[in-house]
Write a protein that binds this ligand. Structure first.
Ligand SMILES: Nc1nc2c(c(=O)[nH]1)N[C@H]1C(S)=C(S)[C@@H](COP(=O)(O)OP(=O)(O)OC[C@H]3O[C@@H](n4cnc5c(N)ncnc54)[C@H](O)[C@@H]3O)O[C@H]1N2
Ligand code: MOO
Length: 432
């Protein structure tokens, strides 16, 4: 990781409209984008192991793909200029070109070559007529007029990838087609950036872990499980540090350990104004940390900053202190943390696409904050899409997230929504 260059105050001064007590979502995103460093350490992996990893360098093609002009159809290769404008063209068959072989014979004028898909185009021939349009007549074929134009059904050398072209740019998160492309270039291995390491823990004395008794007033810790699952989908290395008691010594020790072993630390709970919360105070003592009230719902309180490992200023982890409510954890993760972790991983990502669909329900909404309602996107009988919100939308109701297949994003300046109005929707499919 490169050393941090600017203090948090300096970063804040670059963000127009920065107000930590009422921070619009877009400004919070801009701040975070300026804050996070990127990994630079590389590792070499066999291409299959590189699926989902971030490419460390541009991949420049050292060959033409395909290497030769070849046929896109089973049929007959011919010279386009010999095709008659009207009636039928009769061409004698000079031989057969098979895939994987080089047709070496001369093809005299008035002749064609029987050819298979993928076979190299014989020298001088530029067009292929599919066999189903032809008629065999002894040692010749008959080609009707207007079936093919010169150059049809021929794949040109380098049309997939040209020699010297950038096939894949550094920063790309490798997808199945990319793994295939690397193979088509004959590359057995590829350089990727090392995986990001993310540590996380839950805070709160009321939390119990699965398998434990549940005394009065306690709840099972679900945030560590949702966080684990969201991080898993993102392909980062995860370090689950469990539940940490609301005790300054235990919290400080957890932050130190997390910062020493990870690039980013995510906590949930303890960032609001409650009395038993030591989390905020310990966070503030561990490094440079800001406490925001974001103009959004759910997910208003959030801590963001850098914490040092054992006083070692050269290694600082980025801290995301997420609010404790289970829906707020997920919404703040998708609104801020996901993109930040991708950037830290070295990935060049583009913003997630928002669909615009009619909303079945009317919604009250005050301009001046972004709201994320949990929605169900469904297809109507006429083939068009629509969205309805899942029932109760409280930020403690995790079920509203589980039932949903999208978030309805009501933008900062937007007001009330009438039934039938178009709203923006972030589909969960492909989110991570
Ligand atoms: N007077 C105010 N009270 C609250 C405000 C406020 O502005 N003024 N903000 C509310 C909002 S919005 C949120 S979000 C919460 C966030 O508070 P904390 O981050 O301090 O979170 P906690 O108080 O620790 O917990 C909130 C809630 O979530 C439950 N929780 C916490 N961790 C987990 C977990 N790992 N698994 C399951 N559930 C968890 C916790 O039991 C609480 O019910 O503050 C509001 N209050
Ligand atoms: O920000 Mo809190 O998430 O809504 O209850």
């Amino acid at each position: 990781m490169s050393a941090p260059l600017q203090s948090l105050q300096e970063i804040a001064s670059c963000v127009a409209g920065y107000d930590p007590q009422a921070l619009p979502v877009a400004q919070a995103q801009e701040f975070i984008a300026r804050l996070v460093p990127r990994v630079t350490t590389r590792e070499q992996l066999p291409i299959r192991a590189a699926l989902g990893r971030v490419l460390a360098q541009d991949i420049v093609s050292t060959i033409n793909v395909p290497a030769h002009d070849n046929s896109a159809m089973d049929g007959y290769a011919l010279r386009g200029f010999e095709l008659a404008a009207e009636g039928t063209t009769r061409l004698k068959v000079a031989g057969t070109g098979l895939a994987g072989q080089n047709y070496e014979g001369e093809v005299p004028i008035g002749h064609c070559v029987r050819i298979m898909t993928g076979a190299v185009m014989p020298a001088g021939l530029d067009t292929v007529v599919p066999q189903e349009f032809t008629q065999v007549d002894g040692d010749a074929v008959l080609v009707p007029a207007d079936i093919v134009r010169p150059g049809d059904n021929r794949r040109l050398a380098g049309e997939d990838l040209g020699l010297g072209e950038v096939a894949l740019a550094a920063g790309r998160v490798l997808r199945p087609a990319d793994i295939g492309m690397l193979a088509s270039l004959g590359l057995p291995e590829v350089a990727v950036l090392r995986r990001l390491r993310v540590a996380f823990f839950s805070t709160g004395d009321e939390l119990r872990s699965v398998g434990e008794e549940l005394p009065t007033g306690c709840v099972y810790d679900s945030n560590r499980y949702t966080l684990w699952a969201m991080l898993q989908r993102l392909g980062v290395e995860v370090l689950d540090m469990g539940v940490v008691r609301d005790d300054p010594v235990a919290l400080a020790e957890a932050f130190r350990e997390a910062a020493a072993s990870a690039d980013a630390v995510i906590t949930s709970g303890g960032v609001s104004v409650g009395e038993a919360d030591h989390t905020k105070q310990v966070m503030a003592e561990m490094g440079e940390v800001l406490f925001w009230r974001i103009a959004m719902r759910p997910g208003r309180p959030m801590a963001i900053g850098r914490i040092a490992a054992n006083g070692d200023a050269s290694h600082q982890a980025i801290l995301f202190g997420l609010p404790g409510n289970p829906v707020a954890v997920m919404v703040t993760f998708y609104a801020f943390v996901r993109e930040a972790l991708l950037a830290m991983s070295g990935a060049t990502s583009s913003p997630l696409p928002l669909l615009r669909v009619p909303c079945l329900s009317a919604m009250r909404k005050k301009p001046g904050r972004t709201e994320y309602q949990r929605g169900i996107l469904s297809r109507r009988h006429d083939g068009h899409w629509q969205v309805a919100v899942t029932g109760a939308q409280g930020s403690g109701i995790l079920r509203s997230m589980s039932e949903a297949n999208c978030l309805v994003v009501l933008q900062h300046d937007q007001g009330h929504v009438m039934a039938g109005d178009l709203v923006e929707v972030l589909s969960f499919d492909g989110l991570v």
